[in-house]
Design a protein around this ligand. Structure first.
Ligand code: G1P
Ligand code: ZN
Length: 544
């Protein structure tokens, strides 16, 4: 087998975004495109010779060919051992788990998360470091810098590997080990949660659950955990076979895209508990019977009840949430006497806090929750955490949530997305909001008075690195907030995200629909940013 050195030219657009490099499949299929990015990665992460790497993806279109290319490049670059998920399947949390368990140097995750898949959909590549988490900005910046000057890459002239048969084989000098996609992850889950107690809850007959894998990566994991190990009846997992195009759906677990599940949970004779996860398995949506749990509230509930769960029985070191996530977890942290960190959007900012033992649980409003068990957010982990708490408390999802609001007050919260906005219009909108900052303090909007207006900047408390331009915050004197951000994961046009939050301490006012509870702030958000005028859209494309 011969190592080929192939001459190439740089592409100018290989800058990793919020979560790796995401592009249309057709962009990745251009000659040398994937190869350039992978070689730039190998050139930027330190010596890979003799090292162990983990490789897998969410099963979307182009996953298998990309894996074969990456294996040949890894072998040509001197990697010692690669663990690949069977069939090319490894959820993002499972990849993180495997990297950590086997002390790998890092891993490559092939996914565009919740973005649609198929030949006309998106593809993505993300590098995770030895702690199992997404590469920090200094690494992604080095990869981008390298991609701008790269002029050659290495590829082993070898036959494809059989990805479907477990076991080891060799590609040149490199060991390729096809591993069970589920086993390591399932063992980790069993070490954190009380499976006996959850099994009792869901086999007793009175408590029914329904888990929607949206034809994405969590299917095999959900079957193994809920139906096999926890004894839920067959059929509990819906859409449990990963498909290359996710069945034509948009594998994003929210009220809009997981509508099949929402119809079941809001229909007649609804089950007690519903959950969905995204393309690569790191997101989750939690539903009760006719009840939606806001992700920010979910993090707060997990934190408030963590000591009921074996893996967290000794309590939490701290909580971390992304800036646009509601301040509901802050209230729990205050009561527990622990710190609550506010980080920029994106899971990579949690890694240092988790590694340093400053935070145990973390979460984002975008349906992401996780803990120090790995360094990614983890959809099925959140589902098991909820089930464990419900099994101990013997309460319904709605009862648990209402009880939480009684204790801590309710942070009414919603995110409004305006997708596929022309990039120049989105930039104009952001510029015009920024221009108002100097005169905003003290300004009155109806009942709300502005306390501060800023462009969020974060100084990492562990390594002191500074991340600027992380979204606009407009904070009001009563603790309410409006946040404006442009998405860093989209592949078409710009996506404007508007995050709205209002605190309500009075339990007699906790029963409103979030959109009603936030009606005044929604108007103010439009008044400040001229959203309808500048986007040309009368309403958001997605409300969560
Ligand atoms: C979105 C979410 C963010 C999440 C990321 C990756 O990023 O808002 O919380 O970490 O996807 O799943 P955005 O498109 O807003 O940059
Ligand atoms: Zn994801």
């Amino acid at each position: 087998m011969k190592i080929q050195t192939i001459t190439t030219q740089p592409f100018s657009d290989q800058k990793p975004g919020t979560s790796g490099l995401r592009k249309l499949v057709s962009v990745f299929q251009q000659p040398h495109y994937l190869e350039n990015f992978i070689q730039s990665t190998f050139d930027s992460i330190g010596a890979v010779q003799g090292q162990t790497l983990v490789l897998g993806g969410d099963g979307r279109y182009y996953n298998r060919p990309a894996i074969q290319i990456i294996l040949k490049m890894a072998a040509a670059n001197g990697v010692g051992h690669i663990k690949v998920g069977q069939g090319g399947i490894l959820s993002t949390p499972a990849t993180s788990c495997v990297i950590r368990k086997y002390n790998a140097m890092g891993g490559i995750v092939l996914s565009a998360s919740h973005n649609p898949g198929g030949p006309d959909g998106d593809f993505g590549v993300k590098y995770n470091i030895s702690n199992g988490g997404p590469a920090p900005e200094k690494v992604t910046e080095a990869i981008f810098a390298r991609s701008k000057v790269i002029d050659q890459y290495k590829l082993l002239d070898a036959a494809d590997i059989d990805l479907d048969t477990l076991g080891q084989s060799k590609m040149g000098d490199m060991i390729v080990e096809v591993i069970d996609s589920v086993e390591d992850y399932a063992q980790l889950m069993e070490s954190l949660f009380d499976f006996d107690q959850i099994r009792q809850l869901i086999t007793r007959g009175e408590f029914r659950l329904c888990v929607d894998s949206m034809h994405a990566v969590t299917g095999p994991y959900a079957h193994a955990l809920f139906e096999k190990r926890l004894g839920a009846p067959a059929g509990t997992v819906l859409n449990g076979i990963p498909l290359e195009d996710f069945g034509g759906g948009h594998p994003d677990p929210n009220l809009v895209y997981a509508h099949d599940l929402v119809e079941i949970l809001f229909g007649d004779d609804a089950p007690d508990f519903g959950a969905a996860s995204d393309g690569d398995g790191d997101r989750n949506m939690i539903l009760g019977r006719k009840f939606f749990v806001t992700p920010s509230d979910s993090l707060a509930v997990l934190a408030a009840n963590a000591t009921l769960v074996p893996g967290y029985k000794d309590g939490l070191a701290g909580i971390a949430r992304s800036m646009p996530t509601s301040q509901a977890p802050d209230r729990v942290a205050a009561k527990l006497g622990i710190d609550c960190y506010e980080t920029p959007t994106g899971w990579k900012f949690f890694g240092n806090l988790l590694d340093a033992g400053k935070a145990t649980l973390c979460g984002e409003e975008s349906f992401g929750t996780g803990s120090n068990h790995i360094r990614e957010k983890d959809g099925l982990w959140a589902v098991l955490f909820w089930l464990n708490i419900l099994a101990v408390k013997q309460k319904s999802v709605q009862e648990l949530m209402q009880e939480h609001w009684q204790t801590y007050g309710r942070n009414y919260y919603s995110r409004h997305d305006y997708e596929n906005v022309a990039i120049d219009r989105a930039n104009t909108l952001m510029d015009q909001v920024r221009a108002q900052f100097p005169t905003m303090k003290g300004k009155q909007f109806g009942a709300y008075e502005v306390e501060y207006a800023d462009d969020f900047s974060y100084t990492d408390p562990v390594d002191g690195s500074v991340s600027k331009n992380q979204g606009f915050r407009i904070g009001f004197t009563d603790g309410s907030r409006i946040v404006y951000r442009l998405s860093g994961t989209g592949t078409q046009g710009a996506t404007l995200r508007v995050y709205l939050e209002r605190y309500e301490s009075d339990p007699t006012k906790h029963h409103f629909d979030a959109q009603d509870g936030l009606a005044d702030l929604i108007k103010i958000a439009d008044e400040i940013a001229q959203i309808r005028v500048l986007t040309g859209m009368e309403k958001p494309t997605v409300i969560t």
